[in-house]
Design a protein around this ligand. Structure first.
Ligand code: SAM
Length: 177
């Protein structure tokens, strides 16, 4: 199991970023995303995309994101520019996945409280440069799954994109449910 927790959300300002954390988690192989109580609108968007483009993908909203981290029965990985390079940690993360240990990735919005750094089993950086929670999540998931997530099949999709060299083709696959 691989889950992503979005810690912190400023309604309005963070709506797109939080939505993109969820969409990226879904597209790149995580099993689910957990949002905090302020992020019900991004949660609705990600659920809607999952309904249309397929799953399975679990979207949760919790009153207590901190409790999710505290009580996680597995490995907690906090993505932060201050952490250890992902290329040095990815082997440990893959071992955890191979052992069927649930892995929780935590990404922040604004300043992440220090107790998260302390609770995390790994503080992991995708470069030690400031950039984005969406980018760091994407690179880390791709490293973890070693590219296999790119070939994932989707279940119960109403819409399926047919890859085209040029133009857009989307098939109605709702009848195949
Ligand atoms: N300045 C804030 C802090 O010190 O906690 C973080 C702001 S940053 C825009 C939002 C999130 O992006 C961070 O919480 C982290 O999860 C992620 N992030 C930004 N740069 C990163 C990097 N180089 N490696 C991993 N994650 C990163």
């Amino acid at each position: 199991e691989v889950a992503v927790l979005r810690l912190g959300h400023r309604p309005g300002r963070d709506d797109r970023m939080t939505t993109h954390v969820g969409l990226t988690a879904r597209a790149l192989g995580a099993d689910g995303v957990v949002f905090g109580p302020e992020a019900s609108s991004p949660a609705d968007t990600v659920r809607d995309i999952t309904d249309r483009f397929g799953g399975p993908f679990d979207v949760e909203v919790t009153d207590s994101p901190k409790a999710v981290i505290r009580d996680w029965d597995g490995v907690v990985v906090h993505l932060t520019m201050y952490g250890l390079p992902v290329q040095d940690v990815e082997g440990d993360l893959r071992d955890a996945l191979d052992d069927r240990t649930p892995v929780l990735f935590v990404v922040g919005a604004e300043k992440v409280p220090f107790d998260v750094y302390e609770r995390a089993d790994h503080n992991v950086a995708v470069t030690n440069q400031p950039h984005s929670e969406v980018a760091s999540l994407a690179v880390t998931l791709d490293r973890l799954f070693d590219g296999r997530e790119l070939d994932r099949e989707w279940e119960d999709a109403d819409r399926t994109v047919v890859p085209k060299e040029t133009g857009k083709k989307v098939e109605d696959t709702s009848g195949e449910r």
